[in-house]
Structures are given as structure tokens and as C-alpha cells.
Write a protein that binds this ligand. Structure first.
Ligand code: FEO
Ligand code: CA
Ligand code: CA
Ligand code: CA
Length: 580
């Protein structure tokens, strides 16, 4: 169903200048409040029931506190249309080891477990009373899912030999979810957490002397030890000792936040890549389509098309819709740079039985575990680091951020700049407006750039000005009225190619006019990522990740405090819809 048409222009706030301050800045007429920073207790007694502030917490403490590096998030209202109480579910992508430990490093088994426990997902029961949001401490819904929480592999690849380990000969039971980057959610009330750079947790002490196989090289496992040093303390993270353990990460994981005892499910039908987020659209016949990006220079855009059909309210029918379907990878035609920044495209089916390019794969399970290798063989288009995908709430048009690509050499119309420092947003329309279609038309929505430094394509497209310029678009999402919110995770040096661009930020765009205005700027050395609204669109939750990763921030606590990733809650002072 389409949202009601919005009267008047979509963007009704004054764009703000950029900032290099160690603080958050929001458009005039709005209030931004810090919420649930790293280490916030979820329980009033037992381990982790207080925040020490000096990183002295143990692994057991961290397992009951909000994790580090907040990323994708979603607000699930308790009842339909409830704007004051619900579950805030959020990802914790990775950790800032220099702040997580008093000595700034992992050098024991407890440290490795504390680091694992600061990853994953937080499910937080929140409630607004007299205008103030609070965590409902000790709620039965409060839950931490970490790098140690039991999860099931489901779908076509579950149980395959590539997923079996010495601890789990069934190939179905995994401990943990890691590098939980962007997110998704489903109309049946579940949360999707997307595992991105899982390779960074797997190294080797080289006790066996075996080399990496082709897939381990393609996914970027380290040929020696890792910076996090898990392999020194937890043998499953040594890929020579457990060559298949890393195959059990890099999935989209479905979580039922309303059942605290539920076991999360890693949905193998959606492929194994460095998943950014997952954006769904329901077709006219109930088909569930999930769009996904693989965030690496020269990697690909994907979509999953379910076999089963979504039926509103039918819990049993919807429970496993993500376990069976077709996986496609995108080819953007116009492989030469014609300069019109638009063209046609097609979805290539990654099914061994239907695609002769996949003849070298043993079976479909191998296609799903080594999705990148299958997409290479199928001839997909190499993109400038596909990050978040977002689907327009009424038109169904799909937008995806390409954050940047320092290794781009051969240009095409969708990725039109070599050594792309600034990034772009690509959008497409499925043929017949059918999300299951196998062809589409695309164009560029914006080429980010710096018109104060460059006058060629690096200046950006015509909707980029000295007032609204930014680099490295990453987080992306629509609100219910169709405003496009753009978040950045880029270069915050404010100098050279990035002069005048300041700290990472959030902007808002009108998809029709293509106008872009800056709405919010984050503190020093952070990225701004993740967005979700209350059902009325009047409360916006976003995340600030890794403030002070360079050591120069004390946000949000100030003074000489350790910097902490945190959620920021934004409301309009007149009580209106955000952006209106
Ligand atoms: Fe976790 Fe691609 O950002
Ligand atoms: Ca991201
Ligand atoms: Ca990024
Ligand atoms: Ca990041």
C-alpha cells in the first residue's frame, strides 16, 4: 500500500553547515539526545549491572551490557502504531580494542571472550515516559546476542560438508554472529542482522603449514595472525585447525526479538558475502524480495527472490520464507563509459542447475557458501563497494550507496570515476515494477564530490554544492513519506580532497527533485550509521559508531572519558514528523 501523498515539498528544514567539533549537531528546530552507549547495563543486578568507565569489565560483564560499535538498528513497536514503547534492536559491528581494554589489547582468553561479547546484537526494551526514552531494566525481552551465542544454519547449504567442523559434524550449529553491519527487518516482525567483514577474525598460527584455498583468499582471510589475536586463544578461529569455521560467518541472520529464547537462524539461501544490509520488498503475489550489497571494492549487488509467498498474519507460513528461493547477482549494462550515467541491467541467476557458468561448482551448497566465486564466474558487474540498499516506500525504486573505490581503474557508467574517493548512489527500477523481474533500468541519483576543490567529475553531480557536499555515502533509508536519508562513513580529515566536508554526517534527499540538505553532523572520527523511526515518523533513532577511533574524542561523556559508540534519538521540537 502507498503512503498518503505528502502536501508540499518533502524537505522543510534548513540545511546546516558542516562541523569538526567533538559533538553532535542537528538542524534548527530539532533535539538530539544520546541513548544506550556502549557498556550500558541491561540488567540491574548480577554481572555487568554497572558501567565502570575504565574498561575493567570482564567478558561476563560485557555479555550483559550494550555492545560496541553500534550500526544498523530497528524499532519494533510493542503494538501496531505504538510510538512510545517497543524493542530497539541494534547491531554491534566490531570493537575499538584501544578503548575496550584497559591495556588496549587482547592478551588472554577472557579478553578474546570480552571482545566476542562486545560484538553481535542488543535487543533493548525501551519506553517513553513524559517525553523521555528509557531502557526498561530487567525486562524479559532484554537480550544480548554475541560472538558466542548458539545459532542455526538453515536453508539449502545447511549441513553441507563445507559447513562441518570438529565441534559440529552436523554443519548446522554455530557459536556466534560477527561483524554485524547493516540490518534489515521483515513484515512478519523479525530482525535481520548482516555479517560483513568476518574474515578479520580468522587467522592462523601456521602449525600445519597449509596454504589458504581459493575461497579463503577471495574472502580475505589473513595468511598469518590477526590483529584481534582470537586464533591465539580460541582454536576455532585458526583456519588451519578449523578450515570450515569461517564458512559459518558472512550470512544474513534472522532473529525473532519478541521471543527471547528463540535461536537465531543463519539463512544460507541468501548467500555468503560481506553483507552490508538487507532491504525487502513484497511483490504483488506475496513474493519476498531481499536486496543486498557486498561491501568490497569491485564486488557486487544481489537479490533473493523467495519461492514461498508472504501471508500477513500467518506466522507459520512466514517463519521460513528466507530458506528457499532464487539468488541473483546484478549486471549493469553500458559497460563502456558513455557519460549519460544510465542504462539497463539484468539479474543473473546463481543456480548451478540453470547457469552453465557455474559448472565448476560441486553443488548448489558450494554456490551459496562461495557466493563471490559464483558471481565472478557468472560475469557480474564490479561495483564501487556496494553498501546499504533502500526501497522507496511507494514507487518500489531501489537505491544503493557505492561508498568509494580506491582501486577502481576501468570505469563504466555506473562507476564512472577511477580512484573514486567520494562515492555515488545508484538507483534502479525493475521491469514492470515487479521485484521478481530479471531486468531493470538504472541511473545515478548523485555523484558525491567536492566542487570547491575539483571541476571535473570529482566535483560531483549538479545536486552537490559547497553547502551540502559529503563523501562516502554508506547508511541509507527511506522514511514513510519517501524522504531519502543518507549517512556517511568517510574521510573526516576536512582537508585536501575533503576540505570543507567536516565530520561524518547525515543528509536528507528528495528523490523527485534530487535536492540534498545536510541534517546532522556527528562527533570526531565517527561514522553515522543506521536509522529507524517510530511508526508516526516523529522519533528518529540513528547510531554513532567509533567516535574517537583516532584517539581524539571524549564523546559523549566529555571530560577525559573514553569515547563510546551510542544511539542518538532525534525529535522535532514542535512534535512533527522528522524532516517535515
Ligand atoms: Fe560495515 Fe560496509 O560498512
Ligand atoms: Ca556501513
Ligand atoms: Ca563504510
Ligand atoms: Ca564502520
Amino acid at each position: 500500500s502507498s503512503p498518503p501523498a505528502v502536501a508540499g515539498p518533502l524537505l522543510n528544514f534548513a540545511g546546516i553547515p558542516t562541523s569538526t567539533a567533538d559533538d553532535i549537531v542537528v538542524a534548527a528546530g530539532y533535539t538530539a539526545t544520546v541513548f544506550a552507549p556502549w557498556g550500558t547495563p541491561l540488567f540491574s543486578s548480577g554481572p555487568g549491572s554497572s558501567w565502570a568507565g575504565d574498561a575493567s569489565e570482564s567478558a561476563a560483564d560485557q555479555a550483559r551490557q550494550v555492545g560496541d560499535n553500534h550500526d544498523g538498528l530497528h524499532f519494533f513497536p510493542f503494538t501496531e502504531g505504538n510510538n512510545d514503547e517497543g524493542l530497539l534492536v541494534m547491531n554491534h559491528e566490531y570493537t575499538n580494542v584501544r578503548w575496550l581494554f584497559a591495556d588496549g589489547q587482547v592478551d588472554s582468553l577472557d579478553d578474546a571472550n570480552k571482545d566476542l561479547n562486545a560484538h553481535g546484537v542488543s535487543v533493548i526494551h525501551i519506553r517513553r515516559t513524559a517525553g523521555r526514552w528509557e531502557i526498561v531494566a530487567d525486562s524479559a525481552y532484554n537480550r544480548r546476542l554475541t560472538g558466542n551465542t548458539p545459532m542455526l544454519l538453515t536453508g539449502p547449504a545447511a549441513g553441507d560438508t563445507l559447513l562441518q567442523t570438529s565441534a559440529d559434524p552436523t554443519g548446522t550449529l554455530v557459536f556466534g554472529t560477527l561483524n554485524n553491519c547493516g540490518n534489515g527487518y521483515t513484515p512478519w516482525g523479525t530482525y535481520l542482522t548482516c555479517e560483513e567483514n568476518f574474515n578479520q577474525y580468522f587467522g592462523t598460527l601456521n602449525t600445519l603449514g597449509t596454504p589458504r584455498n581459493a575461497a579463503q583468499v577471495r574472502y580475505g582471510l589473513d595468511s598469518n595472525g590477526t590483529e584481534r589475536k582470537y586464533e591465539q586463544y580460541v582454536p576455532r578461529f585458526d583456519w588451519q585447525l578449523e578450515p570450515n569455521e569461517s564458512n559459518r560467518f558472512g550470512w544474513i541472520v534472522e532473529i525473532d526479538p519478541f521471543d527471547p529464547r528463540s535461536t537465531p537462524r543463519k539463512r544460507t539461501a541468501l548467500g555468503r558475502i560481506k553483507h552490508e544490509n538487507a532491504a525487502y520488498r513484497i511483490g504483488a503475489d506475496g513474493t519476498v524480495v531481499v536486496y543486498m550489497g557486498d561491501d568490497q571494492a569491485n564486488d557486487y549487488v544481489y537479490k533473493f527472490v523467495s519461492d514461498g509467498k508472504y501471508v500477513a498474519g500467518d506466522i507459520r507460513n512466514n517463519a521460513n520464507l528466507l530458506d528457499s528461493g532464487k539468488l541473483y547477482v546484478a549486471r549493469f549494462n553500458d559497460g563502456t563509459a558513455t557519460g549519460d550515467f544510465m542504462g539497463t541491467g539484468e539479474w543473473i541467476l546463481l543456480d548451478k542447475a540453470a547457469n552453465t557458468a557455474l559448472a565448476g561448482f560441486a553443488n548448489q551448497a558450494e554456490v551459496l557458501v562461495n557466493t563471490r566465486l559464483a558471481a565472478d564466474a557468472a560475469g557480474a558487474t564490479k561495483m564501487d563497494r556496494p553498501e546499504w540498499v533502500a526501497v522507496h516506500p511507494s514507487s518500489g525504486e531501489v537505491y544503493v550507496t557505492m561508498t568509494n573505490n580506491s582501486s577502481r581503474t576501468l570505469i563504466d557508467d555506473a562507476n564512472p570515476r577511477a580512484n573514486n574517493r567520494y562515492g555515488q548512489i545508484v538507483r534502479w527500477r525493475e521491469t514492470g515494477n515487479d521485484p521478481s523481474a530479471t531486468t531493470f533500468e538504472w541511473d545515478l541519483f548523485v555523484l558525491a564530490g567536492n566542487p570547491t576543490v575539483h571541476s571535473d567529475l570529482r566535483a560531483g553531480s549538479s545536486n552537490v554544492t559547497a553547502e551540502n557536499m559529503f563523501n562516502s555515502p554508506d547508511g541509507l533509508g527511506f522514511d514513510k513519506d519517501g524522504r531519502l536519508w543518507i549517512q556517511t562513513d568517510g574521510n573526516y580529515s576536512n582537508s585536501g580532497d575533503f576540505a570543507g566536508q567536516g565530520n561524518n554526517q547525515m543528509l536528507c534527499a528528495d528523490p523527485g527533485s534530487k535536492e540534498i540538505r545536510r541534517f546532522f553532523v556527528g562527533p570526531k572520527a565517527c561514522e553515522v550509521t543506521g536509522l529507524t523511526f517510530t511508526p508516526d515518523g516523529k522519533t528518529l533513532f540513528i547510531n554513532i559508531q567509533h567516535p574517537g577511533e583516532d584517539g581524539n574524542s571524549n564523546w559523549p561523556d566529555g571530560g577525559s572519558a573514553r569515547p563510546r559508540s551510542a544511539t542518538v534519538i532525534i525529535t522535532k521540537n514542535d512534535g512533527g514528523v522528522i524532516g517535515s
